[in-house]
Design a protein around this ligand. Structure first.
Ligand code: DGT
Ligand code: CA
Ligand code: CA
Ligand code: ZN
Length: 661
C-alpha cells in the first residue's frame, strides 16, 4: 500500500493542497502585533514543508527526520507555545532539539525565519509542485531532477510520454503509467480546495466583509454555499448602498490576507487569499461545530475569491445567481419565462416592461424580493436549500412542495466508526467517550482497525485477544454510566478489513461478539487493479455476511489524492436494500472526513430510495476528529437526506435494541 496517501499517515495530506495551488511555497508573513508573531499551526506547516524541501534538496536523512519530528512534536503540544518559550521549556519537548528550538523561538518572538528563506528560494517551485502528483514523493522527484533535469509537471509528463522514465533504475513502465494517471488527477483538481479549506477561507472572508462600515449584508455563495466536496473559487456577494461602493472596495482591498488583487472594477473584485486571512472567528458568528472543526485546521494554501457588490434591493437576486449552480439557474430562468418574467443576476422583472433592456437596466423594473424565499415563491416554488441547487430534481420537488426536511448536525446522537489508541487513534477509550459526551451524544461506536491491517510492515490492527480486552474495558465503562443513570454508552465494533475475495477479517466468533462491524477495504492494491464486476461481487459477498453492519468508506477515494476502486455502487446499494427488506441491518457510511466524503452525495438519494440507512461517521482518530461529522452532515444534506434516513439520529436506547447490545 502506498503510505504517503494512506489515511493513517494523514500528517502529509494537508501539504497536498499547498502543493496543488500551482506555486512554490512561501514562508508566512509575521503578524503586525506580537509576540507571538507566528502561530503554532503556521510553524507546524513550515517545519513540515522544510522537511520536504530538504529532501528535494538532497539533504541528509537525519536532518529531514528532525524537522518531521519537530513538526509532529509541536502539533501535539497542547500548551500555549509562547508561554512554553518564555518559560524556557521549549527544548524540554521531546523532538525539539537546539536547532529547531532556536528557529521556533525566533519565529514566535521576532517573526523572522533565520536562514530558511534561502532554502525556500533555492528549491525550484516546479519541483514542489511535482510532489502534488499522487504517487510521486520527494525522494523520487529528486532522482528525476538529478538524472533527467525534470523540474516541472509538464516536463515530467513529456518524459513519461517519451518513455524516458522506465529505463531509470528503480523506476519502470509501471511508474510511468502511474505518473501519467497521477498528473491527470492532479490537473483535474488543480486550483480546487477541499470543502474544509474552502469553507475556512470562505467563512473568514464573509465575516470580514460583514463588518466593513456601510456593508448591509455579506454572504458566501457559489459551490461553497452549495457544499460541494471541493471548491474552485469563492464567491461572495456584498449588499451596500451605491454611494458607499467605492469606499467599501477600498476597504476590502486593504484587508489582511490578500496575496494578490487580480483585478477590480465598480462592483467586482478578484482576489487571491492567503492564510493570514484566517485570524480568529468572532464568537457565535459561524455554526459552532464548523468553527471548532475549522479552527484546528491550518493550511499553507491560497484560494481565489470573487467579491460582487450590489445595492441591497438586488442582493437576493445576485446571491441566488452566484450560488448557482449554473444548471439550477437555467431552470430558474426558464420558470421565470414560463410566467412572463425574466430573471437575471440583479432582478426578476416582467419581460414586457424590460423590453430590450438587459443587465442592471432591465433589473430596474424588478419585483421586490426581500430574500431568496420570495424569489422562489413568485416562481411557484418552496425555498430550495442551497445544497440542493444542482438540478437533480429539486425544481420539481419545490414546485410540488415536497422538498425534504434536511438533516442537521445537531440531529446526530452518536457515531459508529471511531478509532482509539488500540489501533491508530491518539486518544484512549475514556478520552473519546468524554469527547462524545461533550458533543451531547448518547453513544459512541468504537471501530478500531482489524487484525490483518499493516501499514509499511507495521501492524496497526487489534488482535483478537486485544479486542476481547477492549470489550472488557467497554463493559466496565458502560456499567459505570448505567450505575450513574447516565444516558451514554460505548458500542464495541470493529473496522473490519474486507479481503480481496470478500471475506472479513477475524474469526467469526470474534465478529459475532461485537455490536457492529464496519466493513472497509484498505489493501486497495488488488481492488484498483480489478474490474468493476469483480469488485462489486466481492463487496456484496462481504456485506452478505451476517455479522456485517456498516459499509465503511465505500470506494476508498481520497479527495485530490486518489480515485476510489471501480465498483458498481448502484448494484451494491440495491443488494443492501434487499437485505434491509429482509429485516437485516446493513447501513452505508458517509465517511465524514473532509479528505474522503465517501459515500459520495450523488448516491445518497439512491441509497435512501433503496431503503438503505446511511450512517454519518467521523472516522475519528482523536477527540477533535469527532467534529468532522459536521462535514458528513453537509454531504448528507446535499444528498437529500432527512433525519429519519440517517441511522445515527436514533437514540442510544433505540440503538441498543437494534444492535442487540
Ligand atoms: P466552483 O467555483 O468551480 O467550485 O463552482 P461554482 O459553482 O462556485 O462556479 P463559479 O464560481 O464559476 O460561478 C458561481 C456561480 O455563478 C455558479 O454556480 C452559477 C453562476 N454562473 C456562473 N457562470 C454562469 C453561467 O454561464 N450561466 C449561469 N446561468 N450561471 C452562471
Ligand atoms: Ca466558485
Ligand atoms: Ca467564481
Ligand atoms: Zn478505514
Amino acid at each position: 500500500m502506498d503510505c504517503r496517501r494512506c489515511p493513517l499517515e494523514s500528517s502529509l495530506v494537508p501539504l497536498r493542497k499547498a502543493v496543488a495551488s500551482g506555486k512554490g511555497w512561501s514562508l508566512p508573513r509575521p503578524r503586525e502585533n506580537g509576540p507571538p508573531f507566528i502561530t503554532k499551526s503556521q510553524i507546524v506547516t513550515v517545519l513540515e514543508q522544510v522537511a520536504v524541501l530538504l529532501e528535494l534538496d538532497g539533504a541528509n536523512r537525519f536532518r529531514v527526520i528532525s524537522y518531521q519530528n519537530g513538526s509532529r512534536a509541536l502539533a501535539s503540544l497542547d500548551e500555549n507555545l509562547l508561554d512554553v518559550i518564555l518559560e524556557g521549556r521549549l527544548m524540554e519537548i521531546k523532538g525539539i532539539g537546539k536547532g529547531i528550538g532556536g528557529l521556533v523561538s525566533e519565529a514566535v518572538l521576532e517573526g523572522t525565519w533565520g536562514g530558511l528563506d534561502e532554502l525556500y528560494q533555492r528549491v525550484p517551485a516546479g519541483l514542489v509542485e511535482m510532489i502534488g502528483i499522487p504517487g510521486l514523493g520527494p525522494k523520487r522527484a529528486k532522482i528525476l531532477y538529478d538524472r533527467l533535469g525534470i523540474d516541472t509537471v509538464d516536463s515530467l509528463k513529456g518524459a513519461c510520454e517519451d518513455g524516458l522514465i522506465a529505463p531509470l533504475t528503480g523506476f519502470g513502465k509501471k511508474s510511468e503509467q502511474k505518473y501519467l494517471e497521477g498528473i491527470d488527477l492532479f490537473r483535474r483538481y488543480q486550483g480546487r480546495s477541499r470543502m474544509d479549506i474552502g469553507l475556512l477561507y470562505g467563512k473568514a472572508l464573509e465575516e470580514r466583509m460583514a463588518i466593513i462600515p456601510g456593508v448591509q449584508k455579506a454572504k458566501l455563495a457559489g459551490s461553497a454555499r452549495r457544499r460541494r466536496e471541493t471548491i474552485g473559487d469563492l464567491d461572495i456577494v456584498v449588499g451596500a448602498k451605491l454611494e458607499r461602493h467605492e469606499e467599501i472596495i477600498q476597504q476590502i482591498l486593504s484587508q489582511p490576507g490578500i496575496a494578490e488583487v487580480k483585478g477590480y472594477g465598480d462592483s467586482k473584485i478578484s482576489l487571491i487569499l492567503e492564510q493570514e486571512l484566517l485570524g480568529s472567528f468572532a464568537e457565535g458568528s459561524v455554526d459552532a461545530g464548523l468553527a471548532e472543526s475549522l479552527s484546528e485546521r491550518n493550511s499553507g494554501a491560497t484560494i481565489d475569491a470573487q467579491v460582487r457588490i450590489v445595492e441591497p434591493w438586488s442582493f437576493p437576486f445576485t446571491l441566488a445567481y452566484f450560488t448557482g449552480s449554473k444548471e439550477h439557474n437555467i431552470r430558474m430562468r426558464q420558470a421565470a419565462i414560463d410566467r412572463g418574467l425574466r430573471l437575471n443576476e440583479f432582478g426578476l422583472f416582467p419581460a414586457e416592461e424590460a423590453g430590450e433592456k438587459i443587465g442592471m437596466a432591465a433589473a430596474e423594473h424588478t419585483l421586490e424580493c426581500k430574500n431568496e424565499s420570495e424569489i422562489y415563491k413568485i416562481l411557484g416554488m418552496e425555498f430550495v436549500p442551497p445544497e440542493l441547487r444542482e438540478d437533480r430534481g429539486e425544481i420539481e420537488a419545490a414546485t410540488e412542495g415536497i422538498l425534504p426536511r434536511l438533516i442537521e448536525p445537531k440531529d446526530l446522537k452518536g457515531a459508529f466508526h471511531n478509532h482509539t489508541t488500540a489501533s491508530d487513534g491518539t486518544a484512549n477509550l475514556g478520552e473519546m467517550a468524554d469527547g462524545a459526551i461533550a458533543m451531547g451524544w448518547e453513544y459512541l461506536g468504537i471501530a478500531d482497525h482489524s487484525e490483518s491491517l499493516n501499514i509499511g510492515g507495521r501492524q496497526i490492527g487489534v488482535s483478537s485477544d486485544g479486542l476481547v480486552e477492549q470489550g472488557r474495558k467497554i463493559r466496565e465503562y458502560n456499567e459505570k454510566w448505567a450505575d450513574e443513570k447516565k444516558d451514554f454508552r460505548l458500542f464495541q465494533g470493529s473496522e473490519c478489513d474486507i479481503m480481496a475475495d470478500g471475506s472479513l477479517d477475524y474469526p467469526e466468533h470474534i465478529r459475532n461478539s461485537l455490536t457492529h462491524v464496519v466493513g472497509s477495504v484498505h489493501a486497495l492494491g488488488s481492488w484498483l487493479g480489478r474490474d468493476e464486476l469483480e469488485n462489486t461481487e466481492s463487496l456484496i459477498s462481504a456485506i452478505e455476511d451476517p455479522t456485517f453492519t456498516i459499509l465503511g468508506h465505500p470506494t476508498g477515494r481520497i479527495l485530490q489524492g486518489r480515485e476510489g476502486f471501480p465498483v458498481d455502487l448502484h448494484a451494491v446499494l440495491r443488494r443492501m436494500g434487499e437485505l434491509n427488506a429482509e429485516d437485516e441491518l446493513k447501513a452505508v457510511e458517509i465517511n465524514a472526513s473532509p479528505y474522503r466524503l465517501d459515500l459520495d452525495w450523488r448516491f445518497c438519494k439512491f441509497a435512501k430510495q433503496q431503503g438503505v440507512p446511511i450512517c454519518i461517521n467521523p472516522d475519528a482518530h482523536d477527540v477533535m476528529g469527532l467534529k468532522d461529522v459536521w462535514f458528513g452532515a453537509q454531504i448528507a444534506r446535499k444528498g437529500w437526506l432527512e433525519p429519519a434516513d440517517v441511522l445515527n439520529t436514533k437514540t442510544g436506547i433505540e440503538m441498543e435494541e437494534l444492535l442487540g447490545a
